[in-house]
Design a protein around this ligand. Structure first.
Ligand code: PRP
Length: 179
């Protein structure tokens, strides 16, 4: 385990098993469709790449980069689109793949934006859900794990752009982000 982690919350095995389970449920729903799978950079990259490999229908991939957090641990309350989609979503079935839903600000705004652009449907798939932190009226359609309000890193998630490549989800030591 990385020295900056207090403990491992979700192992590689737990992640693989649950991501597969959720992906197969989503696969069943879209089997006769051709959805646009939108990954929200950067936190979702590892979850996204594992998730799409369990899908059997033809998918198209696209990405957005938005920011809601600064470099710290607290949501800033302003959604900033840093990279927009390459594809037009009008008439498309869209699956948003996100690493974590916290206050819900990012996903509430993204869903509203893609709906406004004419998406035929917008499904939200998340890896982690911090239910107790919700401030906006939005819930994932599919979520892999409900978690407590811990500072988690790894499997795509960062603190100050570090730890994204850890293959597990770890809880960051308080001393790392409080110094
Ligand atoms: C994280 C995460 C979500 C958002 C969740 O992104 O990936 O997009 O924050 O918080 P919310 O529900 O309160 O809006 P972050 O801005 O840390 O960027 P990253 O994915 O590049 O790490």
């Amino acid at each position: 385990m990385h020295k900056d982690c207090e403990r491992i919350m979700l192992t590689e095995e737990q992640l693989r098993a649950r991501v597969k389970e959720v992906a197969l449920q989503v696969d069943e729903i879209y089997k006769d469709k051709r959805p646009l799978v939108v990954g929200i950079l950067k936190g979702s990259i590892i979850f996204y790449s594992d998730f799409i490999r369990f899908l059997t229908m033809p998918v198209e991939l696209d990405f957005m980069a938005v920011s809601s957090y600064g470099s710290g641990a607290v949501s800033s309350g302003k959604l900033n689109i840093k990279k927009d989609l390459d594809r037009d979503v009008a008439g498309r079935d869209v699956i948003i793949v996100e690493d974590i839903i916290d206050s819900g600000f990012t996903l509430a705004n993204l869903k509203a934006l893609l709906t406004e652009r004419g998406a035929a449907s917008v499904m939200i798939v998340t890896l982690l859900n911090k239910k107790d932190r919700r401030e906006y009226d939005i819930a994932p359609d599919y979520n892999c794990f409900d978690i407590e309000n811990e500072f988690v890193v790894g499997y795509g998630l960062d603190y100050n752009e570090q730890y994204r490549s850890l293959p597990y989800i770890g809880i960051l030591k308080r001393s790392v982000y409080e110094k």
